[in-house]
Ligand binder design. Structure first.
Ligand code: AMP
Ligand code: GLY
Length: 432
């Protein structure tokens, strides 16, 4: 079968890397791809936003399955458009994608279904939101309703911060239409984990657990980013906690969506806060996590194509993928300045040496291959540049292996966290 993957990040490289190993795949394309993806998939010069271009490509090249990486095309209805054209595609349709596309939709749905999440209020009137914030206890969390490229959630420790968040979103329209409605919610305390599941609309299969590192600097300091590293499994999610997450959160959501006429087919990412009262939902995403996927797929022994096709065909009942029992760590190497302003075009050295370390794979995110100045080379082309990923018998050796690979790579002004996996170590009683 010919397969098309849409997207250009580290997540899409991990998807392509895993899909390319499947015996079901004869030819793999990625639109638009990046400097690393082109080693496993043929790049197609069409952007993820160009829906009609993608449909045209899929039709004229006999694509048997399309896999969508990022959320924006899903929320914009790419799956519905492909299906209408008779094209086979993996992911939730436009209505089901509201779980990520509208925080108000997700919060109200959770309330209807009795799914544990932070207490919240919804506002579309700036004056009323202000009045509420004036008398509410702190900290609190202000969220833009719609997609905001991961920047629409502000944790406010002071009243001034909260008032500024309201003004930015509702008056200055920092996120355009996405911020016209907002959610103000209680700030939850605990440890975060990512639960990623695949559903066929009625049945659900959990993937391995994982944890992201959202802040730019060590010890969870600095600005929020798209994610600076991940590991899998996440020991904070004990087998008992995982059962609660499935029973109290995932199953009620899949059941609720089906009952309300929007059966959920595809990947569902549930951001969880493990609180003293049990697991609560922070957010839903309708796609694989980035960089969680980079830490999960090297542990997946089963064929990802089988999982995806079973989801599309409604055949997930009783299916359990096989997992490598080893731990996996992904360290994101970023451009100097990220998540703020950064420069592109820096040559990256040491990629082969990093993969030569053994049980390692370097997933590319913001990279591009170029022949400028003679000779093929890989240069930086984004904020998050690489996801250096390594396996190990336990979390400690996975961390060692991964950082050994990281030490082989160089580009001007690179930065990365040196404490990825530290929280998992603490769970094993290892203090660094
Ligand atoms: P979201 O875009 O909804 O994923 O939120 C991004 C990040 O904000 C989450 O991963 C958490 O770190 C944090 N966050 C969101 N909601 C809350 C909350 N109610 N309490 C504490 N932290 C939160
Ligand atoms: N790692 C967070 C996300 O994918 O949204």
């Amino acid at each position: 079968m010919k397969v098309l993957v849409i997207g250009s990040g580290g997540r899409e490289h991990a998807i392509c890397w895993k899909i390319a190993q499947s015996a079901r795949v004869d030819k793999l394309f990625c639109a638009p791809g990046n400097g690393g993806i082109s080693k496993v998939a043929e790049p197609v010069d069409i952007k993820a936003e160009d829906m009609s271009g993608l449909v045209r490509f899929a039709k004229s090249n006999g694509i048997g399955l399309t896999i969508v990486g990022p959320e924006a095309p899903l929320v914009n209805g790419l799956v519905d458009v492909f299906q209408k054209e008779g094209l086979r595609v993996f992911g939730p349709g436009k209505r089901a994608s509201m779980l990520e596309g509208s925080k108000v939709f997700a919060k109200e749905a959770m309330k209807r279904w009795g799914v544990p999440t932070a207490a919240f209020e919804v506002f579309d009137d700036y004056k009323k939101a202000r009045e509420y914030v004036e008398k509410k206890s702190l900290p609190l969390v202000v969220k833009a309703d719609g997609l905001a490229a991961g920047k629409g959630v502000i944790i406010c420790y002071t009243r001034d911060e909260a008032l500024k968040a309201l003004e930015d979103m509702m008056v200055n329209k920092k996120f355009g239409k996405s911020g016209e409605r907002i959610v103000i919610e209680e700030c939850l305390e605990g440890e975060e984990a990512s639960i990623i599941v695949i559903s066929d609309g009625r049945h659900v299969v959990p993937l391995a657990t994982s944890q992201d590192h959202k802040r730019a600097l060590d010890d969870d300091k600095g600005a929020n980013t798209g994610g600076m590293g991940a590991y899998s499994p996440a020991p904070v999610v004990t087998p008992e906690e995982e059962r609660r997450i499935m029973d109290e959160i995932v199953v009620p959501v899949i059941r609720g969506m089906a009952k309300e006429g929007m059966p959920y087919k595809g990947v569902l990412y549930v951001g969880i806060m493990v609180t003293a009262e049990g697991p609560k939902v922070l957010e839903f995403n309708v796609r694989f996590g980035d960089p969680e996927t980079q830490a999960i797929f090297p542990r997946l022994k089963s064929d990802l194509m089988e999982l995806i096709e079973r989801s599309i065909d409604g055949k997930l009942k009783g299916y359990a993928p096989l997992w490598d029992t080893r731990s996996c760590v992904c360290v994101v190497m970023a451009s100097g300045g990220y998540p703020g302003k950064y420069e592109k075009g820096k040559e990256i050295e040491g990629l082969d040496e990093a993969e030569g370390v053994g049980d390692t794979v370097v997933f590319h995110a913001g990279t591009r291959s170029t022949a400028e100045g003679g000779g093929e080379k890989i240069i930086t082309d984004g904020g998050r540049v690489l996801g250096v990923t390594g396996l190990g018998e336990d979390i400690e050796s996975a961390i060692k292996n991964t950082y050994k690979a990281v030490s082989k790579i160089r580009f001007e002004n690179m930065h990365f966290r040196r404490d990825i996996g530290k929280r998992a170590l603490a769970h094993s009683g290892i203090i660094t």
